[in-house]
Write a protein that binds this ligand. Structure first.
Ligand code: ARG
Length: 398
């Protein structure tokens, strides 16, 4: 029998998908759940896939790989889609797809499947990655194909012995990994209303955050965060710790209307304490250690990079080439940044580096100043020469 490798989450949609695909396509289902830092019981998820009819069920712990191969690059590129969204879902999808594709190639599977709807960005990210990594396989997207309403899906589940979550279902649709948590649907779909209080789970309301600030010192080596308050931590743990710390101070709430790849605008709530803190610290350290021209040029590529990642183009030569540029810039980005967490804000307040380009003797207005102001008039004369000549010619042409 042909095989299909399904990205499995343990939720209702992908559980229904196991049976729906098996029936409709006459295939065996291999379920794959990838742990990218959503704190769930993965052994229970593995069991559940078998219980609902998968012939094989695999859990991959990819937390550290997610940090090493994806989050470090996001940090180097100060990745924020449209200036605000740290793109955590967009970063995780290629990794999920990669794990699926590897298993599909090993098992000789004919199909790859995911539970995304036909309206979002995630279907694009999965399928572009499948196309790049397992070009011989075909895609099945059950939630895009079956046309069932929520009620019909529940009826289908009950008729097929698939456990249906009891109690009132949450009005929200969420996605979670190490780098953040997204919340959509329900009242959030009305952008004229403030996001409902019960949507937030990782962060306290900034108004209710502690009255005393907290300080955290982050050590970077070549752009990679490696220690908190002097204590070296594996990346995945460092990020999880900052999510806790930042969340307790209400840091990292994001409320935005964003442009989806599929052409529509959507209103999104995000919680991303660690991403907010680390990007603030990283940008601050770059300000200290990178020269002006590199910093300004890098900003152009950062914008392009954020689009590439959001648009599902992870496995492409341009992404790799921009990464190579970013990696080169990070050679100098080592040092320590202290970030103050207070009432929803994360602010870099102190920084040090052996590679610091800040020269006290050049910067000071006090004693010890070595900057020679008599260099300035000549510099300004030449700098302004084109403006002066153009203005003169314009005047004479009138
Ligand atoms: N809008 C964000 C993005 O496109 C978040 C998507 C969350 N995905 C989900 N299936 N709930 O990256």
């Amino acid at each position: 029998m042909d095989k299909c490798v399904l990205a499995y989450s343990g939720g209702l949609d992908t559980s229904v998908a196991v049976q729906w695909i098996a029936e409709k396509y006459g295939v065996e289902i291999i379920a794959v759940a990838v742990d990218v830092g959503e704190e769930k019981n993965y052994e229970a998820i593995r069991q559940k896939a078998l219980q609902v009819g998968a012939v094989e069920s695999i859990v991959v712990d990819a937390r550290q790989e997610f940090f090493d191969e994806y989050l470090t690059r996001a940090i180097a590129a100060n990745l924020m889609y449209e200036g605000r969204y740290p793109a955590f879902t967009a970063l995780a999808r290629p990794l999920l797809a990669k794990k699926q594709a590897e298993i599909a190639l090993e098992r000789g599977a004919k199909y790859l499947a995911h539970g995304c709807t036909g309206k979002g960005n995630d279907q694009v990210r999965f399928e572009v990655a499948y196309a790049a990594l397992a070009p011989g396989t075909a895609v099945i997207a059950p939630a895009r194909e079956w046309g069932m309403t929520r009620e019909q899906e529940i009826d289908y589940a009950e008729a097929h012995g698939i456990p249906v979550p009891v109690g009132k279902a949450s009005p929200y649709s969420t996605d979670t990994n190490l780098w953040g948590r997204s919340i959509e649907c329900g009242q959030i779909e009305d952008p004229s209303l403030e996001g409902p209080a019960d949507a937030w789970q990782w962060t306290v309301d900034p108004a209710a955050a502690p009255d005393e600030p907290a300080y955290v010192k982050i050590t970077f080596e070549r752009g990679v965060p490696v220690a908190l308050d002097g204590k070296t931590l594996p990346g995945a743990e460092l990020v999880a710790t900052l999510n806790q710390l930042g969340g307790a101070h209400g840091v990292g709430r994001i409320d935005m209307v964003e442009n989806r790849l599929v052409g529509i605008k959507s209103r999104e709530l995000y919680e991303a304490p660690a991403a907010t803190i680390l990007l603030e610290a990283h940008r601050d350290l770059e300000a200290l250690t990178l020269d002006r021209e590199t910093t300004h040029f890098k900003a152009h590529l950062e914008l392009r990079y954020s689009e590439l990642v959001y648009y599902g183009l992870w496995f492409t030569p341009l992404r790799e080439a921009i990464d190579a540029f970013m990696a080169d810039t990070q050679k100098r980005v080592s040092g320590e940044v202290t970030v103050k967490l207070f009432k929803g804000r994360a602010q870099a307040v102190a920084r040090e580096s052996e590679r610091s380009l800040y020269d006290f003797a050049l910067a000071t207005y006090d004693e010890g100043d070595i900057f020679d102001p008599s260099d300035s008039p000549g510099f300004i004369h030449l700098w302004g020469l084109p403006a002066k000549i153009t203005a003169r010619v314009d005047r004479e042409a009138k």
